[in-house]
Design a protein around this ligand. Structure first.
Ligand SMILES: [Zn+2]
Length: 243
């Protein structure tokens, strides 16, 4: 059954009410709507808990898509009770974790501005993120960190623009990732725009991001690894570089 993905229109929604529409044999729970981000595009799914009407909690281990993109499966941790179909729940996202993922995810976009090479892979993490670029150049990681922190400090707005799948197909040049498919299949695609009039960057992406670059906070490039002749793996961490 289709789930309304509330997080698509409000990245800062950490709680919401929902009704259980289906409980699978393996324990996965479907809801009429959700603020839990389903793992996609390199960003892990949300964790957190469901609050039942009697105040008890069901702790969630993961959120991911089902066979189709409009199906969202919430999987409780092993040993947790399962809700019943028709039951009303209050959803609580583990906001500390999600907010870190939003900051990190936005940092990955900034890195793609500082390093304008095709992206071959990316994984957003709460402590460390990595972005792989198709590049053979050697680049100074401290310079990349200082360019990143300049963009953070300039506090550019981060906004969403919606375009149709057809508009995206007509403008393939706006996609920076080589192997990562843009989030098509729902009829509309969100473009993440950084800067007034997208003057810093715009990139199709279905993940969650902070609303201005200053929220990213202190980040640095911890490591640049050579993964093959034409591949460089950048590791982003929070905080200032260790000296
Ligand atoms: Zn993104």
């Amino acid at each position: 059954m289709t789930t309304i993905a509330l997080y698509r229109d409000d990245f800062y929604l950490s709680t919401a009410e929902a009704v259980v529409t289906s409980v699978h044999e393996d324990g996965a729970v479907e809801l009429d709507q959700t603020c839990f981000y389903a793992a996609s595009g390199g960003q892990p799914g949300d964790t957190g808990f469901f609050e039942r009407e009697d105040g008890s909690r069901i702790q969630l281990g993961e959120t991911r898509h089902g066979a189709a993109k409009d199906i969202i499966l919430h999987r409780p941790l092993d040993g947790e009770p399962l809700p019943s179909v028709g039951e009303k729940l209050v959803l609580h996202v583990d906001w500390q974790r999600r907010y870190k993922l939003m900051r990190m995810h936005t940092a990955c976009h900034l890195l793609s501005v500082v390093c304008p090479y095709p992206i071959t892979g990316a994984a957003v993490g709460e402590d460390e993120s990595r972005v792989d670029f198709d590049m053979s150049e050697t680049i100074d990681k401290d310079q990349v960190t200082s360019d990143l922190m300049k963009l953070v400090g300039e506090n550019h707005p981060v906004t969403l623009q919606w375009i149709t799948d057809d508009e995206l197909a007509a403008n393939p040049g706006i996609v920076k990732s080589k192997n990562v498919r843009p989030p098509v299949g729902l009829g509309r695609v969100s473009l993440v725009c950084i800067g007034e009039n997208s003057d810093v960057d715009s990139q199709p992406c279905g993940g969650t991001h902070v609303s201005e670059t200053q929220e990213v906070g202190a980040i640095h490039i911890a490591k640049i690894e050579k993964k093959g002749k034409e591949n460089r793996r950048f590791r982003i961490r929070f905080g200032t570089p260790e000296t």
